[in-house]
Design a protein around this ligand. Structure first.
Ligand code: GLY
Length: 369
């Protein structure tokens, strides 16, 4: 097992990466001195696979767990579902010392974390991420929240988990599409902060796609270490944490205009990162051949890299991007790379440049939509 520390003073915690961690959930919670009563929030896909094991592990350590199961999918990240969870927590008589276990992917983690951040003005929670995307990104760092119709994650809070348990065994049953979606966040760390990781992914993508255990353990632990460093330096995204939004301006916009259904998050940010790489080549000095390498690695990972939008949809994309917390003086702000492994946030990008790059992603002449 590997451990990564997230040093945040009295909110510090450990991320554990290894096999069979779900069966040790109760022991970890016991060590954290959490209250007796707890609720596992999971979804209709993950619950049937893992909730029994979580309940067993918690009971064996003396806890009194119950389960809330929400419908699988991005639609669970809504204020309506948050309200339903509050009602159930009240019915189950959760107290200030009680805790929530988020058992599932990024949607469950964000939802359960937001419920924990706000119920009784905040109760502890533990992340047990069961997807690659949640293990390398969303379960770490305390960003929790839900979507509005107008955009993704527009309501939320910062609420750090007490611990994160990344059980590699959970990844073996992950549907191929979801697994590849997680790789989009893995590649992102290489682009923004770790050229060695990026080269390693170029070399070892075949092994990564076969879900080779030791390769995965190394890569997940590396991503968690990079995320921990960024979060420790800037917990509430006043600066460097914004780097993690590489590819997310276009990506979140795309998810919003397609009703959070057509693209998985990783697929949307794959297209978004290719767009950001092309913008970086035009505006921030990224060599064209490195923008090509970024494009090619997403292709190798089996992720989408093209985008064809009708004119009305493109307008909707711009509108959604403007709502996505990343605007300054009316101009959209992007994270752009200078080289692979080095990026800068807060780069203002004129609409005309975005249009040129969107034309390229549509496979056409950059000058013509
Ligand atoms: N997923 C981006 C962040 O945690 O800041």
């Amino acid at each position: 097992m590997r451990s990564v520390q997230v040093p945040l003073g009295d909110r510090s915690y450990t991320i554990h990466v290894g096999n069979g961690l779900l069966s040790k959930l109760g022991d970890h919670c016991r060590r954290l001195k959490l209250g007796e009563r707890c609720v596992i929030i999971t979804d209709s896909n993950v619950g049937p696979r893992f909730a029994d094991a979580a309940v067993r592990a918690l009971k064996m350590a003396g806890f009194v767990p119950s389960i809330i199961t929400v419908a699988a999918g991005e639609t669970a990240k809504s204020l309506k579902v948050v309200g339903e969870c509050y009602d159930q927590l009240a019915m189950k008589r959760l107290e200030r010392k009680s805790f929530i276990v988020a058992l599932g992917g990024g949607v469950v983690g964000d939802l359960a974390g937001f419920v924990a951040a706000t119920y009784l003005r905040g109760i502890p929670f533990v992340q047990v991420p069961t997807t690659l995307l949640a293990q390398v990104d969303s379960s770490v760092g305390g960003k929790v929240g839900v979507n509005l119709k107008a955009g993704k994650n527009l309501v939320g809070s910062f609420h750090q988990p007490k611990t994160v348990l990344c059980d590699l065994e959970a990844l073996t049953a992950l549907p191929e599409r979801e697994y590849r979606s997680g790789l989009a966040e893995v590649i992102k760390y290489g682009v923004i902060k770790d050229a060695d990781l990026f080269r390693r992914l170029e070399r070892e993508m075949d092994r990564v796609l076969k879900r080779d255990g030791p390769t995965l353990a190394n890569i997940i632990a590396r991503c968690c270490t990079l995320k921990a460093e960024i979060v420790a330096a800037d917990e509430t995204e006043g600066g460097v944490r914004a780097l993690l939004n590489f590819g997310h301006t276009v990506g979140h916009g795309l998810e919003a205009i397609s009703g959070y259904g057509e693209y998985l998050h990783g697929e949307a940010i794959s297209i978004g990162q290719v767009a950001a790489a092309r913008l970086s080549a035009r505006l921030s000095g990224l060599p064209e051949k490195d923008a090509d390498r970024i494009h090619d690695l997403f292709v190798k990972a089996g992720l989408p890299v093209t985008l064809k939008l009708a004119p009305k949809k493109r307008e909707a994309l711009f509108e959604a991007m403007r709502l996505d917390k990343k605007v300054s003086g009316g101009e959209l702000k992007f994270v752009l790379a200078q080289s692979i492994g080095e990026a800068a946030w807060g780069q203002r990008v004129p609409d005309a440049e975005i249009n040129l790059v969107l034309n390229t992603l549509a496979g056409g002449d950059p000058a013509r939509p």
